[in-house]
Design a binder for this molecule. Structure first.
Ligand code: ATP
Length: 320
């Protein structure tokens, strides 16, 4: 039985590291690398390495990209539930400059064919599941089905509302028990669903009471976790969703590490939070957020996204 089910995207990442991002019409040199990626896949790897028995529901093409998903998933013990799609496997073209800034082009391909039926096709999948985690690189119908199925199975429905420009409806948010935006996604959701404007760069500096009030408008019934990069995370619970914590809102500070590549830090945080919650749902939520901060911090010390995910033993050895 799997305790964490991740529903989401798999992409073949094509990464070019260049001195500068290419300008319009320019041809430039860069160092190339390729490997498995996509928010869904990265978060599934994080959950599995954080110790959860993890299933990953996705759609893959019948091509080299699809085959690229299978070996690393098996290596991490992930129960891969891949629907065969007539479309090519999803791809991402990623340009990273010397300052770590990036420009990304996504070809959704097979990811765009993931539907509600893929999530509900295997009813035994959700038996025993504690957390179902979805992101927004998949069609809204698949994400909705994942969150609704979680609720029906008595599992926690967790939504990482990334990327920021993906459409979200109020109905979709209402299906989630926990929503985990980063600062950019939080600002986008506030503007779209609450009609409040805040600059992403200003989010971390907002006082707790203001952040909590904004979170409550966004998700009146559930828990919002805003990830704040090197600052850590802000947590806001509804009174009826305290999850073992005494306070309705609080910050959990990030760990101090030598971060060299924060790509996929959000995915590390989400997968680890889901795994921690599945492992010990009775423990205070703040404990799980501290674990997710630690797991994500370690991931920033290594290059890449999925390959950079640490293992539970490493997190315990480093932070106790
Ligand atoms: P990305 O898009 O790079 O995957 P994100 O913007 O979705 O990341 P962030 O809020 O930047 O997510 O980071 C997620 C978590 O990773 C943070 O809450 C924190 O726990 C950890 N983290 C990120 N950057 C650092 C850092 N420099 N030092 C320590 N921890 C970090």
């Amino acid at each position: 039985m799997n305790s964490v089910i991740v529903v989401g995207s798999f992409n073949v990442d094509h990464v070019w590291r260049c001195a500068d991002l290419p300008a319009v019409g320019a041809t430039i040199a860069g160092q190339y690398a390729t490997g498995p990626g996509g928010k869904g896949f990265n978060q599934a790897v994080a959950a599995a390495r954080a110790g959860a028995r993890t299933a990953f529901v996705c759609a893959l093409g019948d091509d080299a990209g699809g085959r690229l998903a299978r070996e690393p998933a098996a290596a991490d013990g992930i129960d891969l539930r891949a629907e065969a799609s007539g479309q090519p496997t999803g791809t991402a073209g990623i340009y990273v400059d010397a300052r770590g800034r990036n420009t990304i082009v996504i070809g959704a391909g097979a990811n765009g064919t993931l539907g509600a039926a893929h999530v509900t096709a295997a009813p035994e999948l959700l038996r025993g599941a504690r957390v179902v985690l979805a992101q927004l690189e998949s069609p809204p119908a698949a994400v909705e089905a994942a969150l609704a199925a979680a609720r029906e199975a008595g599992a926690t429905a967790m939504l990482n509302p990334a990327p920021a420009n993906a459409p979200t409806s109020a109905g979709l948010l209402r299906l989630a028990d926990i929503v985990t935006p980063n600062e950019t996604e939080f600002a986008a959701l506030l503007s779209r669903h609450v009609g409040e404007r805040v600059e992403p760069e200003a989010v971390a500096a907002l006082d707790g009471a203001s952040l909590h009030a904004a979170c409550r408008k966004l998700l009146p019934h559930g828990t919002v976790v805003v990830t704040l990069g090197a600052v850590g995370a802000f947590v806001s619970h509804a009174e009826e969703d305290l999850r073992g914590d005494a306070q309705t809102y609080y910050r959990v500070a990030a760990e101090s590490v030598s971060a060299s590549d924060t790509t996929g830090a959000g995915d590390a945080f989400n997968g680890a939070l889901a795994a921690a919650l599945a492992r010990a749902p009775e423990q205070p939520f703040a404990t799980h957020v501290r674990y997710a901060n630690r797991f994500a911090a370690l991931s920033t010390e290594r290059p890449g996204a999925a390959p950079a995910m640490p293992r539970h033993d490493e997190v315990m050895a480093r932070f106790g």
